[in-house]
Design a protein around this ligand. Structure first.
Ligand code: HEC
Ligand code: HEC
Ligand code: HEC
Length: 136
């Protein structure tokens, strides 16, 4: 009789602990299955407007600087080491649409990958044109 009750208590405990930690287990498994950013890089460009590490950390600041250059100073072309940067022979302008998305033409498979993962929501696309995926 005593042994039998002991079993019931242990079984009850296991069920209890399992049930109350269920949200933790569910959370863990969903965190693991949450899609990690899968970045698709441009195939027709070797490098970004600045080095990769800089871009990774400071692309938002760079974009702010671009906006100020264009809007306040009317300087549009991107100059590095005294020459205007080009992509496939075209001069690149300091512009979301005409530079960033020219090379990173598939926003869903690049910008959005990181932003969705980190829950960052740039509001830029309220106004700026966002070419449809794959468009150059
Ligand atoms: C309320 C509308 C609006 C929003 C939102 C907005 N912009 Fe703009 N932006 C403009 C306008 C208007 C210009 C001026 C266009 C020109 O002179 O070519 C501009 C110009 C720029 C330029 C320079 C040229 C160009 O056409 O790209 C950059 C870079 C830029 N914005 C970046 C951003 C970024 C980054 C964000 C989000 C963080 C953003 N903007 C959000 C309206 C907006
Ligand atoms: C001339 C084509 C080109 C332009 C224009 C361009 N990129 Fe890039 N970008 C690349 C390439 C290629 C890479 C990969 C660089 C490498 O592997 O060294 C890259 C890398 C990056 C990275 C780093 C990703 C990582 O893995 O950490 C970010 C962020 C980025 N770009 C954002 C931008 C933004 C924002 C703009 C506009 C301000 C922009 N890029 C303009 C070609 C471009
Ligand atoms: C490697 C990951 C990564 C990639 C790729 C990436 N971003 Fe970001 N982006 C971030 C992070 C992280 C932040 C948030 C930084 C913060 O909150 O301080 C951010 C913030 C921004 C912001 C400022 C948003 C705000 O509300 O302050 C803009 C604008 C932006 N990204 C544009 C772009 C564009 C355009 C591209 C594609 C050409 C791009 N990013 C690609 C990681 C990325």
């Amino acid at each position: 009789m005593k042994l039998y009750d002991g079993w019931k208590i242990i079984l009850g405990l296991i069920v209890f602990v399992g049930f109350f930690t269920l949200p933790i287990w569910l959370n863990l498994s969903s965190a693991q299955s949450k899609v990690k950013p899968q970045l698709v890089y441009p195939k027709d460009a070797m490098q970004c407007v600045e080095n990769k590490d800089y871009m990774n950390h400071y692309h938002m600041d760079l974009l702010n600087f671009w906006r100020d250059s264009v809007v306040r100073m009317n300087v549009r072309y991107i100059v590095r080491n005294g020459t205007v940067l080009t992509h496939n022979g075209e001069k690149l302008e300091m512009s979301l649409t005409l530079a960033c998305l020219k090379c990173h033409s598939n926003k869903e498979q690049f910008c959005d990958q990181c932003h969705n993962y980190l829950d960052v929501k740039p509001y830029c696309w309220d106004c700026h044109v966002q070419p449809k995926g794959g468009l150059k």
